[in-house]
Design a protein around this ligand. Structure first.
Ligand code: IFM
Length: 427
C-alpha cells in the first residue's frame, strides 16, 4: 500500500518541557544530571532553548502545517517554592498558548512529565506524605490560570516508565531499586490521576482529560516455553495492564489499590497511548530478538504493535484513542520517514477510533538519561548554535499533514528504499 488516505486521524507533534525548554532550574533531572546520571554528561540546561525561542518554534510548527501540539509545563518554573506560584512563568505559558491558538494549533497540555521541583524531591517526591494534595494544588492553579487557553489535558505521562526507571532499575532519579517502592509510587500516581481528572472536570466541565500510557507489546522468546509465557503475561500485567485498568475505571487492580472514597467510574475521556516498540521475554529477561529491525537505541521496530496495543485498550475500556507519542531514535534521519509511514499505515487500516497521532518529537531534544545523544526530532537541532533545520522526515510529515494521507509521490520520495538497522548486525 504505497499511498493511503488518513482522513480521520489528526496529526500533531509532541514535546515535554524539560526536554526542550532549557534553563538552569532546580528539578529532579537537573540534580540527577549534576550527579553524573546522564550517559553523555549533558544537562537539561540548554536542551532546545525553547523557553527563549517560543515565537520561532510556533512559526515552525505552523510552517509544517501542524494543527495539534502536545506540550508540557515545567512545574518548577510555575511553583518555584511550595505553594508560591510565579506570575511571570504563568504569563509566559499564557503567551505561548495564545500564540499557538492564533496559529490555529490546538494545545494538549501535559501536567506532569517526569520532572519534579527540587523542593518536592526534598519532601520525598511522589512518595512524600502529601504528594497527591501537592499535585492537586498545582493542577488546580494551572487550570484556573490557563484554562481559558487550553481544555485538553494529559494528567501524567507514562507513570509505569517513571516508576520502573526511577524505583526499580535505578537508572533515573531517584535511583532506587525496590519492587515495593515501585508499586507504592505507581499507586500514588494512579490516585493522583484519578483525583486530577475529577478536579479538572470540576473546574472546567468541558475539558478533555486523559493519561499518556506507555504501552509495549510483550512477546515470549519461545512461544511454547511455559516460563517465557508466564513471564510475558506477568510483565504485561504489572507494567501496563494494571495501571491502565486502575486509571481508567477508578477500581483497584492487582497490587494497585485505589482509595475507598474514590468511586468507580470513568476516568479517561480519551486514552493517550505512547507506543514505540516490542519486548521479547526470556525468563526474567526483557530483550530484543536477534535479527529484527531496530532503531539507533536498539529498540525493535514493530509497527503492527501500535494497533495491537490500541485494540487491547479499546476492547477493555472503549473511549477515543489518541496516540500521544510515537517516533524513533534515528540519529541521521535514515529511516524515520519509513517508521512514521509504517505506523500511520496501520492506523489507516484500523477500524479503531484513533482520532489523533502526535509524533515524538517535534525537534531533537534532551532524551533523559541519554541526554543529547539520542535524536527523535522531525527537526534537526544543533545544540551548540540552536539552529533548527527541518529533516527529510519532517518534510515527509508536513506533506502527510497537507494531504491528509500519504501520496504515491511522497512514498516514492521519502519512504521507498529506506532501511532499518538489524539487531546484532554491524552498523
Ligand atoms: O523522550 C521520551 C518521552 O519523554 C516519553 N516517552 C518516550 C520518549 C522517547 O524515549
Amino acid at each position: 500500500m504505497p499511498g493511503f488516505p488518513l482522513p480521520n486521524c489528526a496529526l500533531g507533534v509532541a514535546t515535554a518541557a524539560t526536554q526542550i525548554e532549557g534553563g538552569d532550574l532546580d528539578t529532579n533531572w537537573h540534580r540527577w544530571a549534576a550527579s553524573g546520571g546522564i550517559s553523555d554528561g549533558s544537562t537539561p540546561a540548554r536542551a532546545a532553548d525553547h523557553w527563549n525561542r517560543v515565537d520561532q518554534d510556533v512559526a515552525l510548527l505552523a510552517d509544517l502545517g501542524v494543527r495539534h501540539y502536545r506540550l508540557g509545563l515545567e512545574w518548577a518554573r510555575l511553583e518555584p517554592e511550595p505553594g508560591v506560584f510565579d506570575p511571570e512563568a504563568f504569563a509566559h505559558y499564557r503567551d505561548e498558548l495564545a500564540l499557538l491558538r492564533e496559529a490555529g494549533i490546538t494545545p494538549l497540555v501535559t501536567l506532569h512529565h517526569f520532572s519534579l521541583p527540587g523542593w518536592h524531591v526534598d519532601t520525598g517526591g511522589w512518595l512524600g506524605a502529601d504528594a497527591v494534595a501537592v499535585f492537586l494544588r498545582f493542577v488546580g492553579e494551572v487550570v484556573r490560570r490557563l484554562g481559558d487557553l487550553a481544555s485538553e489535558w494529559i494528567t501524567i505521562n507514562e507513570p509505569n516508565v517513571y516508576a520502573t526507571q526511577g524505583y526499580l532499575y535505578g537508572v533515573w532519579p531517584p535511583g532506587e531499586r525496590s519492587y515495593r517502592r515501585t508499586v507504592a509510587v505507581l499507586q500514588v500516581l494512579v490516585e493522583a490521576h484519578l483525583r486530577a481528572y475529577l478536579l479538572i472536570h470540576r473546574l472546567q466541565p468541558h475539558a478533555t482529560v486523559g493519561l499518556a500510557h506507555h504501552l509495549r507489546v510483550f512477546t515470549p522468546a519461545q512461544a511454547r516455553n511455559p516460563a517465557d509465557r508466564a513471564s510475558t503475561l506477568a510483565s504485561r500485567y504489572l507494567f501496563q495492564d494494571a495501571v491502565l485498568a486502575a486509571t481508567s475505571t477508578g477500581r483497584s487492580a492487582g497490587p494497585l489499590r485505589v482509595p475507598r472514597d474514590l468511586r468507580p467510574g470513568r476516568y479517561a475521556d480519551v486514552h493517550g497511548i505512547n507506543y514505540y516498540s516490542r519486548s521479547t521475554i526470556r525468563g526474567f529477561d526483557h530483550g530484543v530478538a536477534d535479527g529484527v529491525e531496530v532503531n539507533d537505541l536498539g529498540w525493535e521496530v514493530y509497527p503492527a504493535g501500535l494497533v495491537e496495543v490500541a485494540t487491547q485498550v479499546y476492547r477493555r475500556f472503549p473511549a477515543p484513542l489518541w496516540i500521544t507519542e510515537n517516533g524513533t531514535c534515528d540519529n541521521d534521519d535514515r529511516f524515520r520517514a519509513r517508521y512514521v509511514y509504517e505506523h500511520l499505515a496501520r492506523i489507516a487500516a484500523s477500524p479503531l477510533p484513533i482520532e489523533r497521532y502526535y509524533h515524538w518529537c517535534f525537534t531533537d531534544n534532551w532524551e533523559w538519561a541519554e541526554g543529547e545523544a539520542a535524536r527523535f526530532g522531525l527537526v534537526h537541532l544543533d545544540f551548540d548554535t540552536q539552529e533548527r533545520q527541518v529533516k527529510e522526515s519532517g518534510l515527509f510529515y508536513a506533506d502527510v499533514i497537507a494531504h491528509a494521507g500519504v501520496t504515491e509521490e511522497a512514498h516514492r520520495r521519502w519512504v521507498a528504499g529506506r532501511h532499518y538497522p538489524r539487531n546484532g548486525a554491524p552498523r
